[in-house]
Write a protein that binds this ligand. Structure first.
Ligand SMILES: N[C@@H](CCC[C@H](N)C(=O)O)C(=O)O
Length: 275
């Protein structure tokens, strides 16, 4: 332990196996470099997680959520972490509704029959991050990689490319995911999903930008549901059950263009860690 090392309390939570280290900087001031986040996210050398969350004070919402991928990069949205932090704040305050400020907006989380429901904001199918301003109709004509082609691109506060395939299980996501994530078409990187529509459900596997394959990705589930609805691939007009490796999320595309995501949030353990 060096002079600069601090022991800081943390919680470990997950949403369907997408796991988070959560620090509360409202109680213990904390800023982490990318290297510190990478070390804490390492499953052999520290606690390990897919994303690391720092809860901060907010002037406009119940709290602010800083979201960092395992590689240290800071991102605008995380569906599963929003349910986890939402649950935590609801339990702390004895409330059934809380608001979460993120880098891309303010989200509302509330208790639901499925666990926690979060309105993840609007699904955008135009990409301001991409200089060429592709929307899903132009983008799908000029992107092919191996067997994967014609993704629908949806921005849920973070970027997603969703590839509809006959059998999501058959795709070698571990090898193709990193190539698409860093493809020049996506200058800010992209979360890569393969999806197979089955009636009113979608089987979804996700390679997350900055984290790799995860058991579940909430924003990818929103993106895939909107993509399937937009392409007219799904039987139900505005609702879908998205089946991820870690379990199911219920997604509803509301009339105002925002997307509601409902599913479980679980506190696994807490402790103290050297930072
Ligand atoms: N696991 C998350 C998404 C986390 C951020 C993502 N990897 C990105 O870089 O945009 C979720 O549940 O939405």
């Amino acid at each position: 332990m060096t002079q600069d090392t601090h022991i800081v309390p943390f919680l470990k939570m997950h949403g369907l196996g997408n796991d988070f280290i959560i620090f509360d900087a409202r109680r213990h001031a904390l800023d982490l470099t990318d290297a510190q986040v990478q070390r804490l996210s390492n499953r052999k050398r520290s606690i390990g997680c897919d994303q690391l969350i720092i809860i901060r004070e907010s002037d406009d919402a119940t709290a602010f959520m800083e979201i960092r991928n395992a590689n240290g990069s800071r991102v605008g949205a995380c569906g599963n972490a929003s349910r986890c932090v939402g649950l935590l704040l609801m339990q702390q305050l004895g409330e059934s509704v809380v608001t979460l400020e993120t880098d891309t907006g303010i989200l509302t989380a509330e208790a639901s029959d499925y666990g926690v429901s979060v309105n993840m904001g609007p699904a955008r199918t135009e990409w301001s991050e991409i200089p060429l301003e592709h929307d899903c109709d132009t983008l799908h004509t000029d992107f092919h990689m191996g067997d994967l082609k014609e993704p629908v691109c949806v921005n849920m506060g973070n970027p997603h490319a969703v590839f509809f395939v006959p059998d999501a299980e058959a795709v070698d996501l571990a090898s193709i995911g990193p190539k698409i994530e860093t493809h020049k078409m996506f200058p800010e990187g992209v979360n890569v999903s393969v999806a197979t529509v089955e009636g009113t459900s979608i089987r979804l596997r996700v390679f997350e930008r900055g984290a790799g394959i995860t058991e579940a990705c909430g924003t990818a589930a929103c993106a895939a549901a909107v993509a399937a609805m937009r392409r007219g691939l799904i039987d139900n007009e505005n609702k879908a059950t998205v089946k991820l490796d870690g379990g199911d999320l219920q997604i509803t595309w509301l009339e105002d263009g925002t997307v509601e995501m409902a599913g479980p949030a679980t506190l696994a353990f807490g402790g103290e860690v050297a930072v």
